[in-house]
Design a protein around this ligand. Structure first.
Ligand SMILES: [Ca+2]
Ligand SMILES: [Ca+2]
Length: 262
């Protein structure tokens, strides 16, 4: 039986209420920082190198930024009721404001690229939007959607729900299938794939843990316990590193991930 093993690699502290992480070896690590809730002190922090980590602010005066993703050299940021789009080469910023959403957004949470468009979950509105041509239109109705992740090999979209018990849904076209539901994960938040190994990682914001689940037989193949509000996790398949924004402890935990057995 396969077992996923996590070993601590690096801790980046002094990040105030981090929600989401995005990393590539070429760009380094981006982090969304909420700061204080309901104050416009949110920001995007960039850590260029993991071997010599220094936190630099690349965008400030946001409200409570959450999900981030890089698409076409632009960092897409879900900031409560609008999307911000930061060109990481020019630092130019544009936005898609709430009035361009149908229906009007309440609590935008996570973002991911699905083919040539961007999908955004809204945890309070119970919808997932599809962004195209500068507008965001409802594409799915789902209870409390939080983390969203796309597998471009299998064309499945995965959504974690911020519910008790937590759930993982698998979506293809208009078909929504519940593939995991358990009290061992509560308030599911981030979701990230290890495509090559058919493994999905999910964080429990309320249960304070991370599970690695096999997509083949839906068994738990690894876990991390004892976390304080882990939010939107990110797995770098190239580097086999898992990034965990531990919101309740104002830090990012970074683990090397390996697999035992077959
Ligand atoms: Ca804030
Ligand atoms: Ca989230």
């Amino acid at each position: 039986m396969v077992k996923v093993v996590f070993s601590m690699f690096l801790i980046i502290s002094g990040i105030i209420h981090p929600e989401s992480t995005f990393y590539t070896p070429a760009t380094g690590l981006f982090i969304s920082e909420i700061g204080r809730f309901n104050y416009t002190d949110g920001k995007i922090t960039h850590v260029r190198s993991l071997t010599n980590p220094k936190a630099e602010t690349v965008l400030s005066k946001l409200m409570d930024p959450k999900g981030i993703t890089l698409y076409q050299n632009k960092l897409w940021i879900a900031d409560v009721k609008r999307l911000l789009i930061l060109d990481i080469r020019t630092n130019r910023v544009s936005s898609i404001e709430g009035k361009l959403f149908s229906p009007h957004p309440e609590f935008l949470n996570d973002i991911c690229q699905v083919n040539n468009s961007i999908y955004v979950s809204d945890t309070k509105k119970n919808v997932v939007y599809k962004v195209k041509g500068g507008k965001a239109i409802k594409t799915l109705s789902i209870q409390a959607p939080n983390g969203i992740s796309y597998n471009n090999n299998t064309r499945n979209t995965y959504i974690a729900t911020f519910t008790k018990p937590g759930r993982i849904l698998q979506i293809k076209g208009k078909s929504v299938k519940k593939i995991y539901e358990s009290t061992s994960i509560s308030g599911a938040d981030g979701l990230t794939l290890w495509k090559q190994k058919h493994i999905i990682f999910v964080s429990g914001f309320l249960s304070g843990n991370i599970l690695a689940i096999s997509l083949k037989d839906r068994r738990i193949v690894g876990n991390i316990y004892g976390l304080f509000n882990p939010a939107d996790i990110f797995f770098s398949e190239e580097q086999k590193i898992l990034f965990v924004p531990e919101m309740g402890k104002n830090r990012i935990l970074i683990y090397k991930v390996s697999i035992r057995g077959s």
